[in-house]
Design a protein around this ligand. Sequence first.
Ligand code: DX5
Ligand code: ZN
Length: 217
Amino acid sequence: MKKIILAPSLLSANFNNLQKDIDMINNSKADWFHLDIMDGVFVPNISFGFSVVKHIKKIAKKPLDVHLMIIQPERYIEEWKNVGADILTVHYEACTHLHRTIQQIKSLGMKAGVSLNPHTSVDLLDDILPELDLVLIMSVNPGFGGQSFIKNSLRKIEKLRLMADITNPGLIIQVDGGVDKNNYRQIVKAGANALVAGSAVFGADNPEEMIKLLKSF
Ligand code: DX5
Ligand code: ZN
């Protein structure tokens, strides 16, 4: 049995009753809360920011996995730490001095992740890979929940796992976008060990059961 880290994305939760969905995740077999932060510039959508995350932190009983889809994320690293981020993931495409940004995240005691858009090759991570705790492969174009999984992501996951075997065997490979009960096994087989699921979890008749299913391999 493989250990899969499952992080439901609150983007698909019911924002009229966030407490209920947070309690559900607290009581479920999910591992982390995945929080999608969008600035309306890096991606064509705006989600939520510091104050919402700060309130989630007060009641969340599991680590906060914060996925920054914002330009110049280096401007706000400390703020994310202060509102309770445990894992902080920045986009490769949004960072001019990625190495420095990763060091900043780690120096504050958070796990550091880098995310790649569908068009960005995993080869570009070769020199930074030993520094990373996590790589997030975007398997849809970031910005919205409920899109379909881009098949080529499987090839990227396989390639990245081979690279990591050499320079960073403990690397967490997380996959985000269009993950559901029909494709998660293939994704894990390709080499991922962390999955994000938004609509698959919150659109299910029984979200807790769906979480359990997406962790069973
Ligand atoms: C998309 C976000 C995802 C999104 C996934 O930009 O990064 O985390 O919530 O949603 P689903 O699982 O519905 O594709
Ligand atoms: Zn995400």
